[in-house]
Write a protein that binds this ligand. Structure first.
Ligand code: SAH
Length: 393
């Protein structure tokens, strides 16, 4: 039997609706000697079993893994991972020309605290909770047994995702296999994925569908890809037949990755230029009416609720520059990946920048995260990526 956490009266409601987080304020009683990552059984004030999950110190005190039970079954991780794989098969993401996708999206795959991205035959795994950290070897082993996905290497990368205070001292390293190449294929395009030194798991898989959409707009266009990181949007724009593509990122490492990915897919093609400069400086310095197609995919401007106001100002200012400079008849792809910025708030920031510019702006597409980044309707916090495709007269 796992240690028990008893909730205050009435605090069981969200769990009965299968929201997987237990907040510290909802707890009436719990044992004093719990260690971070322990399995705990959560009960309502009347003794009803609500579920079993991982305990950790913090405002989210328990992440429920299984509702209505007091322990997880022996094959829990394999079963959940297999369900996740089944969904990716249904989505037709596992193909010879596409071996790059998100296999596990935390709560959205009923595995709170775990993210797994697949790049060819390597899985890159991130634990966001001590509980998942302690299960890392069991999860890695289960990953190699999934039917239909050939995972030979599992790289564990949780040095920056685990709560610092938990003092788990995680090391980024291979749990299974080792480095055997790092080129993955997305919709027939090749990418060098740097999971060792790159951001997050090495690639922003979540923009796949949006990159594909951009490709359809790119023919004969002069394209500007701001905050390019690995050059994902740029590579698609090149295949789409862009007249020229400029990619901008303030990080020299990102600029080098973009150059490498362009060279990998389009050797000897001189349509592309990378600029390792600050985005706001580039936008301020660039001439008006130069670009037909602009992508703005900045890092999260508001990482916490406390930064929301400034974050929204940031989105407004950034988009205002694009509206000021884009060529008449141009197309703007603009995004926010800040989870705390709602779809409405993002629209408002972009629309107010558009209104101020005095230009006629129409919404062509409203974008979101792709289906391999699902969110559970019981856990709306899982929705984070928002985008708009705008036509600017
Ligand atoms: N569009 C990318 C993901 C962007 S991630 C893709 O499809 O993969 C955000 C990127 O913005 C990072 O690479 C980071 O280096 C860059 N960045 C952050 N601040 C910046 C700034 N002020 N100017 C230019 N680039 C910046």
């Amino acid at each position: 039997m796992h240690p028990e956490i008893i909730l205050k009266p009435g605090k069981e409601e969200s769990l009965l609706r299968h929201h997987p987080w237990v907040f510290s304020g909802a707890i009436a009683r719990m044992p004093e000697n719990l260690d971070e990552g322990d399995y705990v059984c959560v009960k309502a004030s009347d003794g009803r079993i609500l579920g079993v999950g991982h305990y950790q110190i913090g405002s989210i005190t328990v992440r429920i893994l299984e509702f209505g039970k007091d322990s997880i079954p022996e094959d829990f991780f394999f079963t959940r991972l297999n369900n996740a794989a089944e969904l990716r098969r249904t989505l037709n993401l596992i193909r010879p020309d596409n071996d790059c996708f998100r296999l596990v999206h935390g709560e959205g795959d009923f595995l709170p605290g775990l993210v797994v991205d697949i790049y060819g035959d390597t899985a890159v795994m991130q634990a966001h909770s001590p509980g998942m950290h302690f299960e890392r070897n069991r999860i890695a082993e289960a990953l190699t047994r999934l039917p239909g996905i050939k995972i030979r290497n599992v790289y564990y990368k949780s040095e920056t995702t685990l709560p610092f205070k938990a003092r788990l001292d995680p090391h980024n390293d291979y749990l299974i296999g080792g480095f055997d190449g790092n080129i993955a294929t997305e919709n027939g395009l090749m990418f060098n994925i740097d999971w060792l030194k790159g951001q997050k798991t090495g690639f922003f898989v979540d923009q796949r569908e949006n990159r594909s959409l951009l490709e359809k707009f790119a023919k004969d266009k002069t394209v500007l890809n701001m905050f390019c990181y690995t050059g994902g949007f740029s590579v698609y724009a090149m295949r789409g037949g862009a007249k020229s593509v400029d990619s901008v990122d303030s990080s020299a490492k990102a600029a080098a990755l973009t150059d490498a990915n362009i060279a990998l897919n389009f050797p000897q093609d001189n349509r592309h230029t990378t600029h390792a400069v600050d985005a706001f400086k580039f936008l301020a310095d660039m001439p008006e009416d130069k670009y037909d197609l602009i992508v703005l995919d900045p890092p999260a401007f508001a990482k916490h609720r406390s930064a929301l106001k400034n974050g929204l100002i940031g989105y407004r200012k950034l988009n205002a520059k694009a509206f000021e400079k884009i060529k008449p008849g141009g197309i703007l792809f603009t995004f926010s990946c800040s989870q705390v910025v709602t779809r409405e708030a993002f629209r408002l920031a972009v629309f107010s920048a558009a209104a101020k510019s005095g230009r006629k702006v129409r919404v062509l597409h409203q974008l979101t995260q792709p289906a391999d980044h699902p969110f559970d309707i019981s856990h709306p916090e899982g929705e984070y990526l928002k985008g708009l495709v705008l036509s600017v007269e």
